[in-house]
Ligand binder design. Structure first.
Ligand SMILES: Cc1cc2nc3c(=O)[nH]c(=O)nc-3n(C[C@H](O)[C@H](O)[C@H](O)COP(=O)(O)OP(=O)(O)OC[C@H]3O[C@@H](n4cnc5c(N)ncnc54)[C@H](O)[C@@H]3O)c2cc1C
Ligand SMILES: NC(=O)c1ccc[n+]([C@@H]2O[C@H](COP(=O)([O-])OP(=O)(O)OC[C@H]3O[C@@H](n4cnc5c(N)ncnc54)[C@H](O)[C@@H]3O)[C@@H](O)[C@H]2O)c1
Length: 474
């Protein structure tokens, strides 16, 4: 018989948002239990953003060195993965050890419980530890779910019978394969394909859509496809895998389907599956609170309260990738602030409501692809009267002086009736930094007339925004 402990709040899953929320709720005086089955902090610090961006940084340094011959004379580049793997192990992940995060959580006053948390009715969570013992927590305020996602395993015949990499394996790699097939041309596929190609791996991306990065502007995807091709990556769009099988010497043989290469095979030392994510909702006890146990996401209101058909589930909030407003760390963190305010408000309403109108995202390829708000297609679908303006980054003064590696664009999407930007895309070196200005414009609904009156420093990449705004009239 499981012991029942009463606390104020239980947080199930400590992704970036859950970890923060648990700590802040404890600091605010609540008795908080945070339940984590793996590493405190979630995917981002150990298998996602942070180690992957260290890899990107390393690969970009190789690419810049290779551009030197056109700018500054000969540089001999001899790539080595050893310093990258060491940085990821020692600096990013402390060898996949979460001691520092646990100390942060505990010094805030929260209690960490290692194990798998499952809902067991409203405001109740059962935690099963590694040794099989269970403890039941009754939460006076309620429960926050932040269980995140795991790599999706697409329904490709033979996949279950071959050894393949997911992001977790790729980010722990101490040696790189000579050849790699990447299934999926989303952010994970594009970032990692470019990194490995720059270190000498022969990379093929298999993407079943008609282009890479389908959530971004098509012009942005086209630039990334060219950049990847320049790095030697074969990009096969409109293509999927008919089946995979083990080849000689531990290799994987991928049988292609669709596209120009349909019917052909690609043999590679490794297969990386980066074909989307599966939410960790299947073993969470959703049915015990009246939610669909087969749900692929949780519906929440603007204060992150979980909704079922008859209204909000009492005392239940959800944040992060599982609520479907963008699988990004900054979304998880943003939602944690709003959900925490609602938790602390008790029977009242938290002060803030979530809005995703100015949600930014950055894919850290070279060039970076950064977007905020709506794409042109989103805006047209929303029925807005749309005007767009764009300019090639390489034709700006900064692009001209920068030379190799300057290819990119700024594209702005205007709601012409309101005279404000509803979306923008920046592709280029530092695209993720440049988009900050446009994110503010979309967020604060700064009139386009005001944006045009600004002074943009010369010669900067962000000055191309002025040119793109001028193009709205064209
Ligand atoms: C390779 C890669 C690169 C990425 N790069 C970026 C980037 O550059 N920028 C960006 O913004 N985002 C990036 N992301 C996405 C980012 O990692 C996620 O959006 C982010 O981690 C937020 O996820 P989350 O809060 O939903 O939870 P997660 O980080 O997924 O964490 C959920 C936690 O809950 C735990 N858990 C799950 N179920 C239970 C349970 N029942 N009981 C106990 N514990 C449980 C898990 O062990 C995990 O620790 C990247 C992702 C990947 C894979
Ligand atoms: N820089 C960043 O912010 C960053 C980086 C990496 C990941 N992420 C987050 O992690 C999430 C997951 O990334 P992801 O790249 O795995 O997923 P994704 O869903 O964004 O992209 C997966 C791609 O794989 C393709 N695909 C799926 N099944 C396929 C099949 N059978 N054959 C061929 N192609 C197939 C899809 O068309 C899609 O374009 C992203 O949506 C993003 O939110 C963010």
């Amino acid at each position: 018989m499981s012991e029942v402990r009463e606390v104020d709040l239980v947080v199930v899953g400590t992704g970036p948002g859950g970890e923060t929320l648990a700590g802040e709720a404890a600091r605010a005086g609540l008795e908080v239990v945070a339940v984590e089955k793996h590493l405190v902090g979630g995917e981002c610090p150990y298998y996602g953003c942070i180690p992957s961006k260290m890899m990107v940084r390393a690969a970009d340094s190789l690419a810049e060195a290779r551009r030197a011959d056109r700018l500054a004379g000969d540089v001999v580049v001899t790539p080595s993965w050893a310093p990258v793997a060491a940085r990821v192990r020692d600096e990013a992940t402390a060898d996949w050890d979460d001691t520092a995060a646990v100390e942060r959580l505990e010094s805030a006053g929260a209690t960490l419980v290692r194990g798998v948390g499952r809902l067991d009715g409203e405001r109740r969570v059962v935690v099963t530890g590694a040794d099989g013992t269970t403890t039941t927590y009754a939460a006076r305020r309620g429960v926050v779910l932040n269980p995140g996602t795991r790599p999706a395993a697409p329904d490709v015949p033979g996949l279950a019978d071959v050894a393949y990499w997911t992001n977790r394996d790729a980010l722990r790699a101490t040696e790189l394969p000579a050849s790699l097939v990447v299934l999926g041309g989303g952010p994970i596929g594009c970032e990692l394909a470019q990194v490995l190609a720059r270190f000498g791996t022969d990379v093929t991306i298999v993407q079943h859509g008609d282009r890479l990065l389908p959530r971004d502007e098509p012009e942005a995807a086209a630039i990334v496809a060219d950049a990847l091709a320049d790095d030697g990556v074969r990009v096969l769009t409109g293509t999927s895998l008919a089946r995979v099988e083990a080849g000689p010497d531990g290799q994987v043989v991928a049988h292609l389907e669709g596209g120009a290469d349909g019917g052909a095979t690609v043999q590679a030392e490794r297969l990386l599956v980066a074909a989307g994510r599966t939410p960790n909702l299947d073993d969470l006890g959703l049915a015990s609170v009246g939610l669909d146990p087969a749900a692929r996401g949780l519906e929440v209101d603007a204060r992150l309260r979980v909704q079922r058909p008859d209204g909000p589930v009492p005392g239940l909030w959800a944040i992060g990738d599982v609520v479907g407003h963008g699988a990004f760390t900054h979304v998880s963190m943003y939602q944690s602030r709003i959900a925490l305010a609602d938790v602390l408000a008790g029977d009242g309403d938290g002060a803030e409501e979530a809005s995703y109108d100015a949600l930014p995202h950055v894919t850290f390829t070279d060039p970076e692809v950064a977007g905020v708000g709506m794409t042109e297609a989103d805006a047209r679908e929303a029925g807005l009267r749309v005007r767009t303006g764009s300019t090639a980054l390489e034709s700006s003064s900064r692009g001209f002086t920068h030379g190799p590696g300057a290819r990119g664009l700024v594209k702005v999407v205007e709601d012409a009736d309101a005279g404000v930007l509803v979306g923008a895309t920046v592709v280029g070196p530092g695209g993720g930094e440049i988009v900050g200005l446009l994110a503010l414009a979309v967020h604060a609904r700064v009139p386009v007339t005001t944006l045009r009156q600004m002074i943009y420093a010369y010669p900067t990449f962000h000055r191309a925004i002025e040119t793109a705004l001028g193009d709205l009239d064209a």
